[in-house]
Write a protein that binds this ligand. Structure first.
Ligand SMILES: [Zn+2]
Length: 388
């Protein structure tokens, strides 16, 4: 019988670990899974172990030389000056043991998710270990070695002949995936993110629309620092609906970075848990309306691993299972288990406390700027439709 959703996980995903002090920490997957288990929302039979991506699969989106360099790095055979040419051994993306195997396991998880959905065993599939959207063809960047989404999209094209819409709601621009398909009219990339004016990686302006025959299938919605829920959701909902209607995909792949939250230490957006409740429910609606339900979701950024990520990512699974949005206290045994380890006081409820922060004096100005950006970006789509 076809399942609603599968959750891709094994302890091996936790091997993607730069150091104990690095902000990218896969313990957040464990925290999320444990929250779902203790909420009674997931069973062992919902969980599928990932496989490791083969070199041949990695080559779909990566350079051979780069893969060799990552292998060498993980064995401790790479000098720092050579590594830095490939973005490895930097402050952002330090070398760690078995770097190749751990990175290939995250890619394999997303490929496992793809096969579950495309072979009809499950409608939706979630790989929280994936979402490494800054990985480039021949270079690591921004905590990302191999780009699981880029490999998975190439795999979806090659194995299933699918037309893919990639939707990225991480607070950072989904640059690696965008550049992988910049020339390709059969893949559409959509990224909503904090403007690159003050934030890594600096790209993602509305004028980045694609190149050559791929022109018109790259979409960017950069929002202002300090953007709050209402404006974030207005941009997201309008953009996703309009772009999906324009592109008419066979399948959607969503990247669910959870770093647009007020508590996130690396970005300047002012989202609350309300955006994370909504994002996956809208994605599911879109998948049902346009793709006969085919939806693959991956993780991404998210650096408040205690107070934000577990609740935010739990909402993706809850949306996939069509479980009504929970309210009120989190399971007592989840809170007591993890509070001991957490350096901050955990939020005890599914909702954030209200108010979460002092009012932003520039709120109206920020909302107006975002609305104008959205209208300019959508104006381009509408004009191009008329041109065709
Ligand atoms: Zn991010």
């Amino acid at each position: 019988m076809k399942k609603d959703a599968v959750f891709i996980f094994s302890e091996e995903q936790l091997g993607y670990s730069f150091s104990d002090s690095h902000p990218f920490n896969q313990k957040r997957i464990l925290l999320t899974l444990d929250l779902l288990k203790k909420s009674g929302a997931i069973q062992d039979s919902d969980i599928i172990a990932p496989r490791m991506a083969t070199d041949e699969e990695l080559l779909l989106a990566h350079d051979k030389k780069f893969i060799e360099i990552v292998k060498k790095a993980g064995k401790g055979e790479l000098t720092e000056d050579v590594g830095s040419i490939y973005g490895i051994g930097t402050d952002d993306t330090p070398i760690f043991p078995n770097m190749h195997e751990a990175s290939a396991m995250l890619v394999g998880g997303t490929l496992t998710a793809v096969d579950e959905v495309m072979q009809g065993r499950s409608k939706y599939a979630l790989n929280l270990g994936g979402g490494l959207h800054h990985g480039f063809h021949g270079r690591a960047s921004g905590f990302c070695v191999y780009n699981d989404s880029s490999v998975a999209i190439k795999y979806l094209q090659k194995k299933y002949g699918a037309r893919v819409l990639y939707i990225d709601t991480d607070a950072h621009h989904g640059d690696g995936v965008q550049w992988s398909f910049y020339d390709d009219p059969t893949v559409c990339t959509l990224s909503i993110h904090e403007t690159g004016r003050y934030l890594f990686p600096g790209t993602g302006s509305i004028t980045e629309r694609g190149n050559g025959s791929g022109y018109g299938t790259s979409f960017n919605f950069p929002i202002d620092a300090f953007t709050e829920d209402e404006s974030f959701l207005s941009v997201y909902k309008t953009a996703i609906k309009e772009v999906t209607e324009f592109f008419k995909p066979d399948v959607i792949l969503t990247q669910n970075g959870a770093d647009a939250h007020y508590f996130d230490p690396l970005t300047h957006l002012y989202g609350t848990m309300d955006i994370y409740k909504e994002i996956p429910r809208v994605a599911r609606e879109i998948a049902e309306q346009y793709c006969e339900g085919r939806w693959i979701a991956v993780g991404g950024g998210g650096y408040d691993i205690w107070r934000v990520v577990p609740r935010a990512w739990a909402h993706i699974w809850l949306a996939m299972k069509n479980i009504p949005t929970p309210t009120g206290p989190l399971p007592e045994d989840w809170l007591s288990t993890w509070q001991e380890q957490s350096p901050v006081t955990l939020i005890p409820t599914w909702e954030d406390p209200v108010p979460l922060y002092e009012p932003i004096p520039r709120k109206d100005e920020i909302n107006e700027k975002n609305a104008q950006m959205l209208s300019r970006a959508l104006h381009m789509i509408r004009n191009e439709k008329i041109d065709k």
